[in-house]
Write a protein that binds this ligand. Structure first.
Ligand code: IVH
Length: 672
């Protein structure tokens, strides 16, 4: 401690810092890391150790600041040199067109205005001040005039440059006040809430609250664990630099090391701005972070200056908000549905309400415990949330609106579909109907059997399955291959043509691969992947049906739960009889089809768009057969995105993350 330091240590500390700043920039701004996360961590840990051993080398802008500092007793405040304004809101296309007309009117111009349109991040606004390229202060927006100093917390955000990227800092401005939105990605948010629930802490209601809560942690070591992220979208002031347009400014920020949202649509006419809004609304559910709209900005800085601002917001920008994803409505009733495996799921019937652009009238309540925990009663006004493509959920009850007439819900003692007594096992959240002939279960099993990943029978939709079971024409999925065209065509809502088509579709599906066949059986806990593993291991359905639970557990990838379920399925005479009937009705299982290789073992693929020579399902099958994993969402862990015709937002996401995109031909090359 103190005294002289070995010059070699000084050199090492300096070179570690320089390298860490550089790798941080590669990772967060260029999305093109040169080293692995583990390697980065090793370097960072080494730096921290050296700084601990030689405290005189400590510096505020050292990458070691990422791990946080001991708790403060309170935050200081700072005045923003330029007020951090808010934005006016638009809620429909007409509001945006009116904004465009107003801009032209104020500027006294007829020609088209050039705009830059950006995703509106749903996070927390911050301002960071850099002096000669070094981060000196970070603050919240506060009331726009004065904010709280949260420098230590902001330093922990990996995407924040502690030192600007500029040649020897000679190129860095003397002062830069840069603004952006701190947010927490959806995955990090979910993980954070899982941890909080484990530690019996209340979960955050949404990612924005989680980000705000994390930024206001007095102990920045806690903030550091929260995996906050940031995109920058503007400045307060900058010295020594002149820009002509907002887009040019964003580009400069990027070269200085500030991450800019790659989805930003630069320099377009108002018509394209509206088109971009539609694109963003479609992407919204797939993005790895929450956005709550689009921000439209007049691109020319000279025109921005001319337009000026009101006390509240600039006249050169507007926020076009998305429909809210949460709304309140009345929960009118709770219905109990019975699933394929007999699980009873309480479903809320809601007074129909528009949420995030769609009408919602049902929401899942998961199970009895969930209703109990949230104290949901029939007649309550509840907050309903839609997130991405998932089934709407009841977030919470608005207890202040209770009249006292609300009724408590009790799980039924008997199955609502078959009347047999239900069972809830100790340690399980689910209540089950254990009658495997229960008509509700039979319907769900048949729907699963006919679904895309299974027998994929065109024309045998949910409604028709229900009708056929109710009419006694289907008692199990084996009866599908026994359906009679004449009887079918006599059914309500079914003509000769549809009956003919259905029979043809059924006939065309009699040959099936072993793995699909196993998946179609609907054995509890056996998904597409498990079915694939079993199909690979056994030479026939007979061999599988004779296998003991112990032997099944010995198969790689098959755990005790799956093994027990599979063995249990084949122990039941009824299931064996149905399989027998399937064979008698002409189903042919193709045992040759499964030849699993490990050519693509460990690789993760995501498919998007329409492929020419195979369906997505077929592509998925061949990939899984070759050892790959097929996921529905693109993340940093994705190895390849296969893009067909008219690809969706997954392609944008892949580009954004720098994931390799390949076409169908390259996929075929990989597989052959
Ligand atoms: S520009 C004076 N751009 O939205 C204009 N704001 O409702 C300053 N926000 O406080 C804002 N994404 O926290 C701008 N791309 C973006 C944004 C954005 C999110 C937030 C920001 C601001 C609020 C205004």
């Amino acid at each position: 401690m103190g005294g002289t330091i070995d010059p070699a240590v000084v050199v090492e500390v300096e070179s570690l810092r320089k390298a860490l700043h550089h790798h941080n920039y590669r990772y967060h701004v260029l999305d093109d890391p040169e080293i692995s996360d583990a390697e980065y961590d090793r370097m960072l840990q080494r730096l921290i150790r050296l700084e601990e051993r030689h405290p005189q080398l400590a510096r505020a802008d050292s990458p070691s600041a990422r791990v946080g500092a001991p708790a403060l007793s309170r935050f200081g405040t700072v005045a923003h040199s330029h007020t951090m304004l808010s934005l006016d809101n638009a809620f429909n296309d007409e509001d945006i067109l009116e904004f465009d007309r107003r801009v032209k009117r104020q500027l006294n111009r007829d020609e088209e205005i050039v705009y830059t349109a950006e995703p509106k991040m749903d996070g927390v606004a911050v301002e960071l001040v850099y002096e000669h390229g070094k981060l000196v202060t970070a603050s919240t927006r506060g009331d726009g005039v004065t904010g709280e100093v949260i420098t230590a917390n902001v330093c922990t955000i990996g995407a924040v440059p502690l030192v600007m990227q500029a040649e020897g800092l000679a190129g860095a401005p003397a002062r830069l006040e840069v603004r952006g939105e701190v947010f927490i990605g959806i995955d990090a948010f979910k993980e954070l809430n899982r941890q909080r629930i484990r530690h019996e802490l209340p979960p955050f209601a949404n990612p924005r609250n989680a980000a705000a809560g994390s930024l206001r942690q007095l102990d920045s070591r806690i903030t550091a664990r929260r995996l906050l992220d940031i995109f920058f979208y503007g400045i307060g002031i900058v010295t020594d630099a002149v820009f002509e347009s907002h887009w040019q400014l964003l580009q400069a920020l990027k070269t200085w090391g500030f991450p800019i949202n790659p989805l930003i649509r630069p320099q377009v006419a108002i018509r394209k701005v509206l088109a971009f809004y539609r694109e963003l609304s479609h992407m919204r559910g797939q993005l790895p972070y929450d956005i709550d709209g689009m921000v439209v900005k007049v691109d020319s800085l000279a025109l921005q200056q001319q337009l000026g601002a009101t006390t509240r917001s600039p006249r050169w920008a507007i926020a076009y908000k998305f429909a809210a994803m949460q709304e309140s409505t009345v929960l009118e009733d709770i219905e109990v549905q019975v699933g394929r495996t007999g699980v009873l799921t309480p479903v809320a019937h809601l007074k129909p309400i528009r949420v995030g652009g769609a009408t919602v009238s049902r929401a899942t309540l998961h199970n009895e415990d969930e209703i109990e925990k949230k104290d949901i009663r029939i007649g309550d006004t509840v907050l309903v949330q839609r997130a991405g493509d998932v089934i709407p959920e009841v977030v919470k009850v608005i207890a202040s609106l209770r009249s006292g007439a609300e009724q408590k819900f009790f799980m039924p003692k008997t199955c609502p579909a078959c009347g047999v007594a239900v069972l809830r096992l100790k340690g399980e959240a689910a209540t089950r109907c254990v009658n495997s002939s229960c008509p509700a279960q039979v319907k769900e099993r048949i729907k699963h059997f006919a679904s895309k990943g299974a027998f994929d029978i065109d024309g045998l939709g949910d409604k028709l399955v229900e009708q056929l079971v109710d009419n006694g024409l289907l008692n199990s999925y084996a009866d599908i291959f026994d359906l009679d065209e004449a009887v079918l065509s006599g059914l309500e809502r079914m003509g000769t043509k549809s009956a003919q088509n259905l029979i043809r579709a059924v006939e065309g599906r009699k040959r099936i691969s072993f793995s699909r066949f196993l998946y179609a059986l609907g054995i509890r806990h056996v998904g597409e992947h498990g079915a694939m593993l079993l199909a690979k291991h056994f030479s026939s359905i007979e061999a599988l049906s004779e296998c003991s639970q112990e032997d099944l557990t010995a198969i790689e990838g098959i755990g005790p739960v799956v093994a027990e379920s599979v063995a249990g399925f084949f122990r039941q005479q009824k299931n064996r009889a149905i399989i027998q009937q399937l064979m008698e009705n002409g189903v042919q299982v193709d045992y040759e089809a499964v030849a699993i290789t490990d050519r693509l073992a460990g690789k993760t693929f995501v498919l998007t768009g329409t492929l020419k020579t195979m369906t997505r399902q077929q592509a998925k099958e061949v990939l899984v057969t070759a050892g790959a994993t097929v996921s529905s969402t693109v993340s940093r862990n994705t190895d390849f995105v296969v893009a067909g015709d008219a690809p969706g937002s997954k392609l944008d996401r892949a580009r954004q993350l720098g994931v390799t995109v390949i076409d169908e031909q390259s996929l075929r090359d990989m597989l052959s």
